[in-house]
Write a protein that binds this ligand. Sequence first.
Ligand code: C5P
Length: 231
Amino acid sequence: MDTVDIELRSKLCVALDVDDMVEAVRIAKELSPWFGVAKVGLELFTAAGTDAIGILTGLGYDVFLDLKMYDIPTTVEKASRVLGALGVKYATYHAQGGVDVLTAGAAGLRAGAEEAGLPEPIPLAITVLTSDADAPEHIMPARVRLAVESGMGGLVCGPNDVKEAKQYAPRLVGVTPGIRPAGAEHHDQVRVATPKIALDNGSDLLVIGRAVTLAEDRVAAAESIVDSCLS
Ligand code: C5P
């Protein structure tokens, strides 16, 4: 298989968790037939800065900037305005920050994009870290309610939690890290599921990092993930 169908591709996000833009571009070019979204996290952002956004957009990716912002509302609003103007499609905010922080982030992100004449971006609330085995039970409904009240466009949660989250907020975009093909190494992720289960649970965007980026043959790993989504 050379390319994946366009709808599935738009649901697949590669997490470019490397500390060097040259390596990030190498991986991004290699994987672009299968992945429509590229995630820039703290590691790549601290190494390459905002240049990463333009470079990846130029390669045809939608950019997901995963800075998991949590600061005073004014700071979050101003930083988000910058990101919106730079063409980020998704940006993340900790739901733990509360309604004022999330509202400020969403407003800033949308205003920045509007001022720059860009399409409306999608602010995402981080509900529970997928590495967090100790997250309090039943926290999800409260975090989802907060995301809705704050004008978030979506939320990030574990692939096994997305079904429940969408019951409370069917219109929010459901983004799921913690994706592992059957039998793969879990690394530090606890709340994991296969790509197929994540899709069946209603995930709109599957964030896939090490299962592909650390593979000896990244193309083969990407193809096998796509096959497993379809079968
Ligand atoms: O390598 P792996 O597939 O575990 O990568 C998951 C990516 O998703 C990482 O970049 C991580 O920072 C991110 N993420 C997460 N849990 C969240 C939000 C983002 O694992 N709740």
